[in-house]
Each structure stands twice: as C-alpha cells, then as structure tokens.
Design a protein around this ligand. Structure first.
Ligand code: KG4
Ligand code: ZN
Length: 337
C-alpha cells in the first residue's frame, strides 16, 4: 500500500490530502477570504496566506487520515500552472518533507489533476469511474479545455479557450453585476430562481473545438449598461433572470463544443472537471445532454471540482506507480507547459 501526502497551493486555496492507493483518506481546504474585497486574487497576499495556512492544513490532513509523517511514502505538490509565489510555498514545503524523511518527491500538473479527479472513488462504495479513453471538459478560473484522456498520465488537449476561461466569464459577469469575487458561485445561486430564456446572449462562432468568451463579456457589459441607462435599478430588479440567462449561454457554449468533440472522437465516456463543474446549471445540462447522446457521464464529487489536494494526491499515486519522481532541483512554473 502506498500512502501519499499531496499539497495544492496554485492559487487562493491552501489544500492538503492524504491518499492510500486510490482511496482519499483526507481532503483539507483552506480558502483565502482576503481577496474578496479586491475583486480578484492578489498574488502577493495569496503567497503570504499560503505561508500562514500550510502547517495547520497539512497537520489537519494527517490527523484526519490517522497517519504520521513517518508513514508517508511520497510527498507531492502542484508544480504548474498557477501563481508563482503561491506555487513556491507548496513546492518548497513538499521538498523539505521529502528531504527530511528521505522519500520520493512528485510534481503534479494542476490541469491534469482536475481531469483525474474523476478517478477518485469514495471510500466503501462501488462508485463507477470512466474507462479509457475518456473525454473531459475541464473548466476552471484559468483554463477551459477539452481533453482526451488515454490513460491516467496521457492526456491530449483537443480544444481550448482562445481568450478568457469559463470561470472568468462567470466571475467577470458577476463583477459587472456588482457581485463580490469569486462571482461564479453567486451567479449559480441567483440563477436557480431565474428564467434562463429571458435574455438572449450571443454564441461566438469559433472554429473546431476551441472556445472564446471575450465577446460574450463585452456583449454582457453593454447589455447591462444600456439597460441601466433606461432603468437604474435594472440589475436589482432582474438579478435572477440575468444570472440564469448568462449562465445558460456559458453552459450552452461549453456543451455544444463537448458534443462536437464526442461526435468527432466517438468517445462515449464523458466527464467534466474544474471549479466551474461545481455549477449546478452545467451539471444538470451535462447530465441531460449525456442521456440524449447515450454517453456515460461522470462528475467529480463537489469537493473535488474546485481546487483541492485530493486530485493532486490521486495523480501523484499514478506517477508513483510509474516511478515519475523529481530531484530537488525541480522548480514550480506559472505557465501551463
Ligand atoms: O478550479 P478552480 O477552483 O480554480 C482554478 O484552477 O482556477 O476554479 C475556480 C473557478 C472560479 O472562476 C469560480 O468562480 C468558478 O470556478 N466556480 C463556479 C462555481 N464554483 C466555482 N462557477 C460557476 N458556478 C459555480 N457554482
Ligand atoms: Zn483549478
């Protein structure tokens, strides 16, 4: 049995998880609240908050899992992509532990890990997981990708955003509405009681399997501005309908491309992943589309959709099996590649 301690610190969550083989024993997440008042993540503040949180978060993850540091077979961390100062905290912490306990060090790609969140089985259940090759729509605050996952460590991107990510489309729309950061979950909340057909927003015409959200953002900005000129209380009076309508358009842009990708590849096991896969509109429409198309659909448990270390741990487990270890010269990288 292989026990791994994984650390995730790429953005504004400090997270640690212990997994034993493919079972997650603990999954602790500390979300940084400091960024709310700035309307977005402030990198310098994120690094400082990671430094404050990392010891308590790792300690709690070990306690919940019922293991001690000496029981850990390998230490894993998120290497890229992310905020460099934030990544450095997790990377150096994992390195120090690996050095002190003389155990292997494993570097994990954050986006690959989001996809592999679909392979996490809850303890004591027979919960089904996708078969290879499977398709995954990975939608987060920084990325929007359609990936063919051939095996745990072989993933091929077949479509991606040319500008904003889906999470940014949610967060920027929320900001235009005067909602605090991160606005995605709030749009989701207000959309629940709104009419998604009330306002029609444009669907961009982008080739093949790629995405674009910047045109939608501009259209939304002008729509709100024009309506506020006519009625200064337009947003307050129509918030649920506005949220439901913009959410419906973001979701339809995502799912139309996913449908195209499934048709092109002929793959029937289809997953979603990343922070935006926590969106209830996307989850419902994805399940509905899956039924229509005859797909086997998979969505990670809610806590494994937004940033977490359990997904880093499971990815590290596969890397451990493949002896993909790092030496201590390894450094994190802000970039995707
Ligand atoms: O994967 P994630 O936690 O972090 C990154 O890797 O970026 O994704 C964060 C993104 C944010 O843009 C956030 O607004 C969005 O996921 N998000 C949501 C929901 N929950 C998180 N967007 C829409 N509806 C939600 N329920
Ligand atoms: Zn993420």
């Amino acid at each position: 049995m292989i026990t791994i301690l994984a650390i995730e610190s790429s953005c504004d969550e400090t997270a640690a998880s212990v997994c034993r083989d493919k079972v997650i024993l603990s999954n602790v997440i500390s979300s940084q609240k400091i960024h709310e008042k700035y309307g977005g993540v402030v990198p310098e503040l994120a690094s400082r908050a990671h430094l404050q949180a990392i010891v308590p978060v790792v300690t709690e993850a070990l306690e919940i899992a019922g293991v001690e540091l000496k029981d850990i077979d390998a230490f894993a961390f998120t290497q890229s992509p992310g905020l460099i100062g934030a990544l450095l905290v997790g990377a150096e912490f994992a390195k120090s532990l690996a050095l002190a306990f003389d155990k292997p060090l494993i570097a994990v790609h954050h986006m690959q890990a989001h996809v592999l969140a679909n392979l996490i089985r809850p303890i004591n259940t027979e919960n089904k997981i996708p078969s290879f090759p499977f398709l995954c729509l990975t939608v987060s605050g920084g990325h929007t990708q359609i990936v063919v996952c051939e095996s745990p460590l072989q993933q091929r991107i077949i479509g991606q955003t040319l500008d904003d990510a889906a999470g940014e489309a949610f967060d920027k729309s929320a900001k235009i509405l005067g909602l605090p950061y991160p606005g995605g979950p709030l749009i989701d909340k207000y959309a629940k009681t709104g009419n998604p057909d009330k306002y029609l927003f444009p669907e961009p015409k982008i080739d093949e399997l790629d995405f674009s959200f910047s045109g939608l953002k501009t259209a939304f900005l002008y729509f709100i501005r024009d309506n506020q000129i006519k009625n200064e209380n337009f947003v307050e009076e129509n918030l649920p309908d506005i949220c439901a309508s913009i959410q419906a358009r973001i979701v339809s842009i995502l799912l139309n491309k996913l449908k195209k990708a499934a048709a092109q590849t002929g793959i029937k096991d289809v997953c979603i992943a990343g922070g935006v896969s926590a969106n209830s509109g996307l989850r419902n429409e994805f399940e509905k589309l899956g039924k229509e198309e005859g797909w086997n659909t998979f969505i990670p448990k809610f806590e494994y959709c937004t940033d977490n270390a359990a997904m880093i741990a499971i990815t590290a487990f596969f890397k451990y099996q493949d002896s993909q270890f790092e030496d201590f010269s390894v450094v994190p990288s802000a970039r995707t590649n």
